[in-house]
Design a protein around this ligand. Structure first.
Ligand SMILES: *[C@@H]1O[C@H](CO)[C@@H](O)[C@H](O)[C@H]1NC(C)=O
Ligand SMILES: *[C@@H]1O[C@H](CO)[C@@H](O)[C@H](O)[C@H]1NC(C)=O
Ligand SMILES: *[C@@H]1O[C@H](CO)[C@@H](O)[C@H](O)[C@H]1NC(C)=O
Length: 609
């Protein structure tokens, strides 16, 4: 410390003290002596006084007296001090106390009992950049409350009791960049309030009582980038009610009761990047109102009352990357074309949509950049591989749905197995010997992460309340296993018996038409067999899971009893080659999506018999 400086400072302090004495009453002197008496033990370090309850770092010119039950601002600190932290004390007034510290850059008075800032108490704080007055009991700002704070960049008066701000309250805050007024009782801003704060970039007014966007006051701050009006009482935004904030990049309007935004209202917000209109009273997506926001990358629309996401719901939002659509309790349907305009979409969160039973197939077909999809805690009973572009996804969350874990989920089960084996081998270290096949398989799935521990089954009976990952291979197998083979054999025997019966019985009934009748009966029976072979009873919708060799075997064995004409040789030759996925092994899921694309490849099972 430059000791020679101290006496001078003390002298200056004395001068101020004298001038104060003359101009302001004796009350403060009493306060001062009370304070000195209260602090009692005072330590001296490097020539400055530091109350025992404070921590003074003389080098850094920083003093912290947080949580010290102080009732007054200590006035004997080093007058050169730059940072004072007085948060969490019991300070109730500031009269004349900061007069001593004109080098202050940062002052934290949060969580005290200040009910008034008085007048001109910051007059000497010409260097103060950061003032935190949050969580006090301030009821109003008079015209001189903040007088002198010409360098102030950040002002936090959140969680006070402000009901009104006079239009000249901020008139000297020419440097203000960030203003936080959250948690007060403000209903509007008077015109001209921001006339002097020409550089304001962030305005936080959450948890107040605004009924409309205070647009005429805001029109003075063209530099505004962030505006938060969350949790107010705004019901709608009419045309012209949004100021011309062409720099605004984030607008938070969540937690209001907005049911309507005029289609032109948001048009002036040319730079808007983030829009949060969650938890409002929308009953339909305000597609027309947001479609002008061509630079929007993030949209939050959770907690509204829509029941449908229509085709092109996010029309014109070509730069949209992230969309959050949680807690839409009435949402039942999504149009498969809902996201087609959003070619840059990367992340879609649609959790807790408790009425949503079904996802449209290929909902994300037009979104080549999609990386993350979350549909947790919906009412989905089944998930199809065609719902998700698995080959490009990095993260897929489907936990918390009442899934029917039958074999139609075998693709998901396979992905879970792969993820588990991968995390196991990752735990064991890189030098684990993996088969080439396994390695290739894992590379295919680069980083697709599933919320394995949350994917539970609600049925069938034997899987209820179990994790899907606990399902056995058998439970996930739609193929004609040995059980099915046995049942087919039994059926074949039954049919043989029926045919035998018909052949035996027919001649006794009618002598002339017996041959024709027999043919018809045979055809009828064979078509049943045909149906059974094509669609194994255990998985009617999943013919592609049928084990090819098994079917071929059965088919050949049945050939003996079939009229040869039923199997057309051409059809037989035109069988498509079995692909590995179609053969019931989902390892090559890299291109599941394409493999199962009905248009690109014929379904093998249809051709049989
Ligand atoms: C002001 O203090 C409160 C409480 O300590 C803190 O939460 C808040 O972030 C501070 N404000 C600023 C602008 O630093
Ligand atoms: C907004 O929705 C809530 C919840 O449904 C309802 O209680 C409230 O009356 C609605 N408010 C307006 C202004 O529509
Ligand atoms: C599996 O469960 C879903 C949902 O209940 C059902 O739609 C589907 O038909 C079932 N598939 C099989 C093979 O049982």
């Amino acid at each position: 410390m430059e000791d020679d400086k101290i006496p001078g400072s003390h002298w200056k302090r004395c001068q101020k003290w004298q001038s104060m004495l003359s101009s302001r009453g004796i009350v403060n002197i009493i306060g001062f002596w009370l304070l000195v008496a209260m602090i009692g033990s005072v330590s001296r370090s490097d020539g400055a006084l530091c109350p025992a309850v404070c921590r003074c770092e003389e080098e850094a010119l920083t003093t912290s007296c947080a949580n010290a039950a102080l009732e007054f601002v200590p006035i004997q600190l080093n007058p050169e001090v730059k940072n004072i932290d007085l948060s969490n004390n019991k300070i109730s007034n500031l009269h004349f106390t900061f007069t001593f510290y004109d080098k202050l850059v940062q002052l934290d008075l949060s969580s005290n009992k200040i009910s008034t800032l008085g007048s001109a108490n910051f007059e000497y704080q010409r260097a103060l950049k950061h003032l935190n007055l949050s969580s006090n009991e301030i009821e109003k700002l008079s015209k001189d409350s903040l007088k002198g704070l010409k360098a102030l960049k950040v002002l936090d008066i959140s969680y006070n009791r402000l009901e009104k701000l006079t239009s000249i309250a901020f008139r000297e805050l020419h440097s203000l960049l960030i203003l936080k007024l959250r948690g007060n009782r403000l209903m509007h801003f008077e015109d001209g309030l921001f006339k002097s704060t020409k550089h304001l970039e962030e305005l936080w007014v959450e948890d107040n009582q605004f009924l409309v966007v205070p647009s005429s006051a805001l029109s003075d701050v063209q530099t505004l980038r962030h505006l938060s009006l969350s949790r107010n009482l705004i019901e709608s935004i009419a045309e012209g009610e949004m100021a011309q904030l062409s720099q605004l990049s984030t607008l938070q309007l969540d937690g209001n009761v907005i049911s309507d935004i005029n289609p032109k209202a948001l048009a002036p917000l040319l730079s808007l990047d983030h829009l949060d209109i969650s938890d409002n009273n929308f009953t339909a997506l305000p597609t027309n109102s947001i479609s002008k926001l061509s630079n929007l990358t993030t949209l939050r629309f959770s907690g509204n009352f829509i029941n449908n996401i229509p085709s092109l719901a996010f029309r014109g939002l070509f730069h949209l990357k992230y969309v959050k659509l949680d807690r839409l309790q009435n949402l039942e349907t999504i149009d498969p074309r809902a996201f087609v305009d959003n070619v840059h979409l990367e992340k879609v969160i649609m959790d807790f949509n408790i009425a949503m039973e079904k996802l449209p197939t290929r909902l994300f077909h037009g979104n080549p950049k999609l990386k993350c999809v979350s549909v947790r805690y919906n009412k989905l009973e089944s998930l199809e591989v065609t719902h998700f572009p698995l080959d490009q996804l990095r993260e897929l969350k489907v936990g918390g749905n009442p899934l029917q874990c039958n074999c139609s989920l075998s693709w998901l089960w396979q992905l879970i197995k792969i993820q588990k084996s991968k995390s196991k081998s990752a735990k064991l270290g890189n030098n684990t010997v993996n088969s080439m096949e396994e390695q290739a398989e894992q590379e295919h799935h680069h980083d697709l992460m599933l919320d394995v521990a949350d994917i539970r089954c609600n049925g069938p009976e034997d899987m209820k309340d179990h994790l899907l990952s606990e399902a056995s291979k058998y439970q996930m197998d739609c193929s004609v296993g040995w059980m099915a083979a046995v049942s087919v054999a039994v059926t074949v025997l039954f049919i043989l018996a029926v045919i035998g019966g018909v052949v035996y019985w027919a001649p006794n009934r009618k002598s002339k038409s017996n041959k024709k009748k027999g043919q018809i009966n045979k055809n009828g029976d064979l078509s049943t067999l045909d149906t059974m072979l094509r669609r194994p009873p255990s998985c009617p919708m999943n013919g592609m899971m049928v084990e090819p060799y098994e079917v071929t075997r059965i088919e050949k064995s049945s050939l003996g009893i079939m009229p040869p004409a039923i199997l057309h040789p051409n059809e037989y030759r035109s069988l498509p080659p079995w692909d590995p996925y179609g053969a019931g092994h989902c390892q090559s899921t890299m291109n599941i999506y394409e493999t199962l694309d009905e248009n690109t490849k014929p379904r093998p099972h249809i051709v049989y018999v």
